[in-house]
Ligand binder design. Sequence first.
Ligand SMILES: Cc1ncc(COP(=O)(O)O)c(C=O)c1O
Length: 292
Amino acid sequence: MKVNLNIPSPITEIKSDLISKKKLKVYVKREDLIHPIISGNKWRKLKYNFELIKKNKIKEVLSFGGAYSNHLHALSWFANTQKIKSIGIVRGNESDELNSTLSFCKKNNMDLYYLDRDIYRINKYSNNLINDLNKKYKNIYMIPEGGCNYLGIKGCEEILFEEDEKFDFICASFGTGCTSAGIINSLRKNEYFLAFSSLKGGERMRDNISKMCNHSKNWQIISNYHFGGFARKNKELDLFIQNFYLKHKIILDPVYTAKLFFGIFDLISNNYFKTNSKILIIHTGGLQGIQK
Ligand SMILES: Cc1ncc(COP(=O)(O)O)c(C=O)c1O
């Protein structure tokens, strides 16, 4: 591939009085540093999809997302660099003015189409709009919402693959569960995965995630740090993001990573982790979302 993504994703230790008091070691895997635009799990999920696209000389890629989708944002840019036409199906109605995410997609030559929220929820992959687009563009490769397909999972299996060091707990945020499935598939012996839901009712995703991975042990969903639901937040979360940046110089986004880090610190306060545990938090990027 022409774009040089040299995968800088270091693991750095974070320290605080609380962490020391509880005798824990906490590390962050900085997937957010992979690339300024296609960072974190976006790169992981698109890598093998684009390998397939290039190999098969596919000219058009279509995918789905909300109006602030990190996935569509990354996809539009990556497709454009590879001279592949991208098509974005956006949940909800077109608004008069494009937000920063969709403007960026447009700038990267993504054709945008809007799908009624109910149709999107029930039948986004097969409806009249998709049928029409399949006629309009001759050779579409369709990537599911959030980049969540077999090749997306395969890419996410490499998040842990690169590191030899082992941890007692690995923690990441989930939406579709694709990233979590990849991490679960690559857990090493005695590692336990905590999947933090960015959505309300995240427990319901257990079966979906289970179906995407090769075993269902050694992991669980943590569902009570959704802050009211997907993309919802409050002052407490905003303050957490600000304080976390002041202390650790790491930017968190309010949709995914802030809820994850908030949840982990809350669990630490409540003695969830046994003394001397080593905890690895996956920073999955998504920082474009905070420019809203
Ligand atoms: C920054 C960030 N973190 C976590 C996730 C959740 O990933 P997944 O949909 O694979 O569960 C997303 C969504 O793609 C994301 O943009």
